[in-house]
Design a protein around this ligand. Structure first.
Ligand code: ZN
Length: 329
């Protein structure tokens, strides 16, 4: 009897058809089959949508320039700059703020303004909502004030993850409000641009922001205020054609793409081939449109130096402005 049982099991394994031996305990067969099976793992775990959102980035990140693979944690420690080739990965708005402001000094403005859908543009509200959930931001810019090595400044940081950092009416409004705060509080204004240009879903309301932000910057200029513009990858379209290019001092991160229209459109229009490095930060520096290309690790120091030159505060007063725990360090 035992031999017959063994034989039946063997046959079952060979035929892989448990159903044909109805008289046998199906569970026993399954257990035996699992035991002899070479493939131990039958099922792959597919993470739920929720789990995917909780872990937005993987353990490892591949550098798009030199293709080397590094731990995401290590990359973040290095301000998201590739160790091997110096490629500047994109930063989220809050990560950027962490790289320049003294710890605990940043105070955000107008966090809860949300865009309307003035043109009734198809699926615009849904797309904005999905970006809000994905990024944790209400719009493509974060504004506020804080201290850079003790020097106070108002800042705006764009985030290219939200609708490609496009400038809609809220982005324009937040920039203008930040500039007005800079005028009232007599502080310099710093803006990190990262944008695909005007937001098409808001049509002419987006284009209006170019004039609106430029006018506000003119007010700051007339009030004797300082504006430092920092162009990061990418700064294009209506953003490069308005406030981003209007800095008293214009800086950029290495290799950032900066331009108005795309390369292909320009080539087709002027019927000429453009140089390889056209529309890069380095090209613009060579042609006088930028004052300096600054690596991310040097950005805070560079800003501190510029602020110290223009600040009405004496060095002693700046020391007093620093947080007590920073003075001890
Ligand atoms: Zn690299």
């Amino acid at each position: 009897m035992e031999k017959i049982y063994e034989l039946q099991v063997k046959n079952t394994l060979l035929n892989n058809e448990a159903g044909s031996y109805l008289e046998m305990d199906k569970e026993v067969i399954c257990m035996l089959r699992d035991l002899f099976s070479k493939k131990k793992k039958k099922y792959a775990t597919i993470p739920s949508e929720e789990a995917k959102q909780e872990v937005p980035e993987g353990l490892m990140t591949k550098c798009p320039q030199c293709k080397s693979i590094m731990y995401t944690k290590e990359l973040k420690k290095n301000l998201s700059v590739c160790d091997s080739c110096g490629f500047h990965h994109r930063l989220t708005a809050y990560d950027r703020l962490d790289t320049i402001f003294d710890e605990g000094t940043f105070e955000e403005f107008d966090q809860n303004i949300i865009s309307k859908d003035p043109l009734d543009f198809p699926s615009y509200p849904e797309k904005s909502q999905s970006d809000r959930e994905k990024t944790g931001l209400n719009e493509a810019i974060v504004t506020g004030k804080g201290k850079i090595d003790g020097y106070p400044a108002v800042v705006g940081v764009m985030d290219a993850r939200f609708r490609m950092g496009s400038m809609g009416s809220v982005v324009g409004e937040k920039i203008v409000r930040a500039i007005e705060r800079a005028i009232v509080e007599d502080m310099p204004f710093i803006l990190f641009a990262a944008s695909g240009g005007a937001r098409m879903q808001e049509g002419v309301f987006s284009l209006m922001q170019m004039a609106k932000t430029s006018t506000a910057l003119n007010k700051l200029h007339n009030a004797g205020g300082l504006f430092i513009s920092i162009m990061t990858h990418p700064t294009t379209g209506g953003v490069s054609a308005s406030f981003a290019s209007l800095g008293d001092i214009n800086l950029a991160e290495p290799k950032a793409l900066i331009g108005f229209a795309g390369r292909r459109i320009i080539e087709q229009t002027i019927r000429q081939e453009l140089p390889e490095d056209f529309q890069t930060a380095e090209f613009l520096l060579k042609h006088g449109q930028l004052d300096r290309v600054v690596e991310r690790k040097d950005m805070k120091d560079t800003l501190k130096t510029i602020l110290s030159i223009h600040s009405p505060l004496s060095e002693g007063e700046v020391e007093e402005q620093k947080e007590p725990n920073e003075q001890e360090v």
